[in-house]
Design a protein. Structure first.
Lengths: 237, 153
């Protein structure tokens, strides 16, 4: 099953790469650069996307982790992009001593700040740093556990379903490239710091949707997204 | 330039995925073992006794004819654990009454019991007396019982 997942991911990613190159090849030769009064990169309207890495989270997370995410951002001021990301995630652990599952929804809101400048109005690619505040509501259950006592007798048990919520903060570094007109692809790396880890006694909250392993006070994560920009003017910019 | 960065991150993702995907192993849950120290009541005897030990009702030995001053023994999930010691070829029985507490290492590695010794009973064929320096048995090794051996053959 794991091998099939790898093959699927590699094929999908290669297709995206081919698409990137094809899109580049289809762009018309550069026209004469327009005069700019500033070198800001502008995006009109809103950009709606999804995180393509979500179904494949188990590649870099122990256990089976998968989910879906939608995200939206827009240019509030030059270089400043408010962001909202909403999603659902599930994690399952099925090993010799523990069978566990957790699932829930999450919301992240924050800002991206673009670091790039351009002389061309048509240049839309951005490299950004950002911050997020995240929260999730989730349910976890230990379906069974086994005490590792190989000399005497084995003991086992389970824990009923528990509801909890977590909060965290994130620092983000990422980029978004316009691979075809109004279509974007991009990566981002997230460093997450736990603020509230569920406040459960036993078992402790182990997995926070949108965060990862909440037993650790901090975590790294990364995303690979596609997005579409619905262009329209906001305000009188 | 940015499209090159996209490619670089793509390659990093594939590499990390393969590296991490191959490491789908979970740590074993820890175990709490009671540390037992042996010494002769006659402090002039500095040699180590030869010890064998097994749990009452269990076929396998915990330790088999080893000259040592300290051993670790696992506790039963019941209210007491009885061990049969052969100390320098003489048999003694030690029953340890205990209370267990469920602990969580992590959801990924599992759960384990820690114990609190409440009382002990023992035969005195080779055992002279037993002290309990620390009644709490955790996943970290600690000297919980000190068994003093008489030197009568």
């Amino acid at each position: 099953m794991k091998i099939l997942k790898y093959i699927l991911t590699i094929i999908i990613s290669l297709l995206f790469l081919c698409g990137t190159e094809y899109a580049k090849g289809q762009q018309s030769p550069k026209e004469k650069k327009p005069q700019r009064t500033d070198n800001f990169i502008h995006m009109e309207g809103i950009r709606i996307g999804t995180d393509l890495s979500m179904p494949f989270q188990s590649f870099w997370t122990k256990g089976d982790r998968y989910g879906i995410e939608a995200n939206v951002d827009f240019e509030l001021k030059p270089n400043l992009y408010p962001v909202a990301e909403i999603g659902w995630e599930k994690k399952k652990i099925d090993q010799d001593y523990v069978k566990y599952n957790s699932s829930g929804s999450y919301l992240r809101i924050g800002l991206n700040y673009n670091l790039l400048e351009t002389e061309s109005k048509k240049e839309k690619d951005i490299l950004y740093i950002g911050c997020r505040y995240g929260l999730c509501y989730a349910t976890q259950q230990v379906d069974s556990y086994t005490i590792n006592n190989s000399y005497w007798n084995v003991d086992s048990g389970s824990f009923p379903s528990q509801n909890y919520h977590c909060q965290w903060a994130e620092l983000v570094l990422g980029l978004k490239g316009e691979v075809a007109k109004n279509f974007y692809m991009g990566w981002s790396i997230h460093y997450k710091i736990s603020i509230l880890n569920g406040n459960l006694d036993m078992p402790k909250a182990s997995f926070a949707p949108g965060y990862g392993n909440i037993e650790n006070g901090s975590a790294f994560d990364f995303t690979y997204s596609i997005a579409y920009n619905i262009p329209f003017r906001i305000g009188t910019r | 330039m940015n499209h090159s960065l996209l490619k670089i991150f793509f390659i990093i993702l594939i590499a990390l995925s393969i590296l991490n995907g191959c490491d789908e192993t979970f740590d074993l849950p820890p175990s709490a073992y009671s540390g037992i120290d042996f010494s002769y009541s006659d402090s002039e005897i500095t040699t180590s006794p030869t010890i064998s030990a097994y749990g009452l009702g269990i076929d396998s030995l915990i330790i088999d004819s080893v000259s040592t001053n300290e051993i670790s023994v696992p506790f039963s999930i019941n209210d007491s654990s009885t061990f049969v010691f052969t100390i320098d070829s003489i048999i003694d029985t030690l029953t340890i009454h205990h209370i267990k507490t469920l602990n969580e290492e992590s959801v990924e590695s599992g759960f384990y019991y820690e114990y609190e010794i409440t009382s002990i009973n023992y035969t005195m064929n080779r055992i002279d007396s037993i002290a309990i320096p620390d009644s709490t048995i955790t996943s970290v090794w600690n000297e919980n019982l000190e068994i003093y051996i008489n030197n009568n053959n």
